[in-house]
Every structure is written in C-alpha cells, then in structure tokens.
Design a protein around this ligand. Structure first.
Ligand code: NDP
Length: 246
C-alpha cells in the first residue's frame, strides 16, 4: 500500500510551481488530490488530469484564496464529494517585493489576504474535518528565517506570520493526533522565481549548494511530513532551501 492510499489531500495553488509538484507527489503517494487555482484553469486541469491518469481522483477547483467565501466553499465541496479530508497543504502565495515606500495599501492587503488570512481560514475550515492522523503543511519561505536582501518587508511579514500560525495549530490540534508543520523553500525555479530571472544569480550565491531547487524537491519534504515518517513531527520549521538560511 502507498502511504496515503485512500486519503484526500487539498493543495492550494496547485496549478503551477511548487503546488503542482506537491499535488503530483501526494497523488504518487496514493492520495486523491483537490487543487485550487485562481486564474490558471488550463494548467490546473492538466495537473488534475495527470493525477487522474495515475489512478487517483484529481480535481481542480477555482478559488481565489483572497475570498473567504471561496475558501469555505472549497473545504465544504471536498468533504461533500469525498466524505473526508486528511491533508491540507497551504501553498498558494504571492510574492510582492520592493522598497517599503513603494508598497501600496492594496499590496499590503492582497499579500496578507492570500499569504496569511487564507492559510488561517483554510486551517480553520479543515480543522472541523481532519481526524486522527490528519496533517497540515504550510509553505513559508527561507525569507522568514533569513532576510538576506532588501525589499522583503511585506513578503517577510507574511511568511513569518505562518510560524506563529503553524506552532499554534500544532498545540491546538496535537491532542487530536493532527500535526501542523511549516516548510521553508529557498529559491525554487517557478514562475514566481525563475532560475533564469534577473535576481537569480544573487539568490544562487546565497545558498550553500549554489543552485536553485525544484518543486519536486520541496514536494519530497511535504511527502515526508504528511507520510508515516512525519508522525512525530509537529510545530516544526523545515528548511528546504539549499542552505540559504545556514
Ligand atoms: P507560483 O507563482 O509559481 O505559483 C503560485 C500558485 O499559487 C499558482 O498555482 C497560482 O494559481 C496560485 N495562486 C496564487 N494566488 C492565488 C490566489 N489568490 N488564490 C488561489 N491560488 C492562487 O509560486 P511558487 O510555486 O513559486 O510558490 C508556491 C509557494 O511557495 C508560495 O507560497 C511562495 O510564497 C512559496 N515560496 C516560493 C519560493 C520560490 O523561490 N519559488 C521561495 C519561498 C517560498 P494560478 O495559476 O491560478 O495563478
């Protein structure tokens, strides 16, 4: 049996990048996977189709993380369709960087809504359905551990908030046998942070391994945390950052 056989995972922002890699990996591990997206319907459907081709159910659902009603609706739809929810991966995020004086109120609201409020609301909704063995994994950032360059006041604020959320969830849900952990990716080659982008070389030099990581390398850590090996791991911050924060 695969470790997640018959389980149901919800991955936010699963149409591209790290979220798509996580969705595919959890399906490889045996889970049925529901993935959300905001605008990228085509790519989300492609990921869902790959999962279905693996013999699991893959289901892409449009849901803007900034919309609390959409968040509530997704969790309800998952439970209605599958009768259970075992794994929540809060991956969807936006990266708005820049000098603090250039960041608008709209920027602040958007980043906090998507990167902080949504993981909170997803965790709140999911906690009503997760049972013994349930798992929550939040996607933070190496920036929450080491702010190695300027321009990250807003993004860094949002990702550091997830440390408090994750540890508090671990305390609150631990008595029910549910774990909550935080994965901090380093520079990962995605649309958000392309390995060929203008800021790439500086980031590469800040890692110990001297290279960008892949979505699959982050997904492997998520797989560990939600699988058997992660049973006694909760409230932890796991850096998957090539040594960026070392
Ligand atoms: P991408 O920008 O490549 O992909 C973002 C994903 O999130 C897409 O699937 C996108 O969907 C979805 N998404 C964005 N906004 C919303 C929203 N409002 N509602 C629903 N879905 C949304 O990002 P990455 O894969 O690079 O990043 C994933 C996570 O990892 C983020 O939380 C990010 O902050 C974090 N991270 C990434 C790092 C990196 O170097 N790449 C480093 C550290 C942390 P759609 O296709 O519909 O737009």
């Amino acid at each position: 049996l695969d470790s997640l056989d018959g389980k149901v995972a919800l991955v936010t922002g699963g149409s591209r990048g790290i979220g798509a890699a996580v969705a595919l990996r959890l399906a490889e591990d045996g889970a049925h996977v529901v993935l959300t997206y905001q605008g990228g319907a085509e790519r989300a459907e492609e990921v869902a189709a790959k999962i279905t081709a693996m013999g699991r159910t893959g289901w892409a659902v449009r849901a803007d993380s900034a919309d609390p009603e959409a968040v509530r609706g997704v969790v309800e739809a998952v439970v209605e369709r599958f009768g259970r929810l075992d794994v929540l991966v809060n991956n969807a995020g936006v990266g708005v960087l820049g000098p603090i004086g250039d960041l608008t109120l709209e920027d602040v609201d958007r980043v906090l809504e998507v990167n902080v409020r949504a993981p909170f609301l997803y965790a709140r909704a999911a906690s009503a359905h997760l049972t013994e063995g349930g798992r929550i994994v939040n996607l933070g950032s190496c920036i929450a551990q080491r702010v190695a360059f300027p321009g990250a006041t807003l993004y860094g604020t949002s990702k550091a908030a997830l440390i408090g959320l994750t540890k508090a969830l671990a305390r609150e849900l631990g008595p029910r046998g549910i774990t909550a952990n935080l994965v901090h990716p380093g520079p990962i080659d995605t649309d958000m942070n392309p390995a060929g982008g203008p800021a790439a070389e500086g980031q590469r030099e800040l890692t110990a391994l001297g290279r960008f990581g892949t979505g699959a390398e982050v997904a492997a850590a998520v797989s560990y945390l939600v699988g058997e090996g992660g049973r006694y791991v909760t409230g932890a911050e796991l850096a998957v950052d090539g040594g960026f924060a070392a």
